[in-house]
Design a protein around this ligand. Structure first.
Ligand SMILES: Nc1ncnc2c1ncn2[C@@H]1O[C@H](COP(=O)(O)OP(=O)(O)O)[C@@H](O)[C@H]1O
Ligand SMILES: [Mg+2]
Length: 248
């Protein structure tokens, strides 16, 4: 018997609050969750349910009040600055809704930037694979403002994939895109999982986007309240409607 692969990330009893007294908000309320390696996971939930807070705490971009987050077997809540910097650089990729490309650099330079900052060279074969998968062709020499939104976000995904991180987090990566550009980005993320075994966690509001994934985790009020495997758009809509009915 072979053991199932260890999860890429494990969240344990993660809690984070903002404010105090009457203004206290429990952004994350005792969240426990495993992210399987080599899976494409979606995180859904109403606005304000804690999705971004969860992504940021998992990607070491923010800290929680209590609980732990393991990336591989490293508990990032126990790491000091140096360890966190290394973890962010080597193990984590992040894709933002707003692309966050450097406007003065070409697409190719943007993809290479994190590695350049780290003083490392991408594995050439992997880099070529990523660039080919992104499908930008000769537009690699273009600056972000010469690219469509979908192309810019594909550059941002390539930048996140280039260092071959253990896990990629994407916070509403298609939120600023029309449905066709969004589909290009979703197909790229899907291929990175299917063809290269990448682990991807994506926040989305869109049942169509969620249907690209292997699993949907639903948050409400900072808690995990439901989950679907091999989700269809219709199943996702059904859970969303049920959740909306339960909201007072
Ligand atoms: N910096 C902050 N200061 C105060 N409250 C915050 C801050 N960031 C998020 N929150 C609150 O925490 C809750 C969860 O926010 P967030 O994680 O951004 O939700 P989502 O991404 O699901 O919309 C919300 O109630 C939000 O208002
Ligand atoms: Mg958010």
């Amino acid at each position: 018997m072979t053991e199932p692969p260890a999860p890429a990330a494990r969240v344990r009893n993660l809690t984070k609050t903002y404010g105090t007294g009457q203004a206290l908000v429990r952004a994350l309320d005792d969240v426990t969750l495993d992210i399987a390696a080599g899976e494409f996971t979606a995180v859904m939930g109403p606005s304000g349910s804690g999705k971004s807070t969860l992504m940021h705490c998992c990607a070491a971009l923010d800290t929680a009040d209590s609980g732990s987050v393991f990336i591989g077997d490293q508990d990032l809540t126990q790491l000091k600055d140096k360890g966190l910097t290394r973890l962010r650089r080597d193990e984590i990729g992040f894709v933002f809704q707003s692309f966050n490309l450097v406007p003065t650099l070409t697409a190719e330079e943007n993809i290479q930037l994190p590695m350049a900052i780290a003083g490392r060279k991408a594995d050439q074969a992997w880099y070529d694979t990523v660039v080919a998968t992104v499908g930008l062709g000769d537009r690699l020499e273009h600056k972000p403002n010469e690219l469509s939104g979908g192309q810019q976000q594909r550059v941002a995904v390539a930048r996140a994939l280039a260092s071959r991180p253990r896990i990629v987090f994407a916070d509403e990566p298609t939120g600023n895109l029309d449905s066709r550009s969004g589909a290009e980005v979703l197909e790229l993320l899907r291929r990175s999982v299917d063809e290269y075994g990448q682990t991807v966690v994506m926040v989305t509001h869109d049942p169509v986007a969620a249907a690209y994934t292997d699993r949907v985790v639903f948050l409400a009020d900072g808690r995990v309240v439901d989950e679907l495997r091999a989700p269809t758009r219709e199943q996702v809509l059904e859970v969303m409607n049920r959740m909306a009915e339960q909201t007072p």
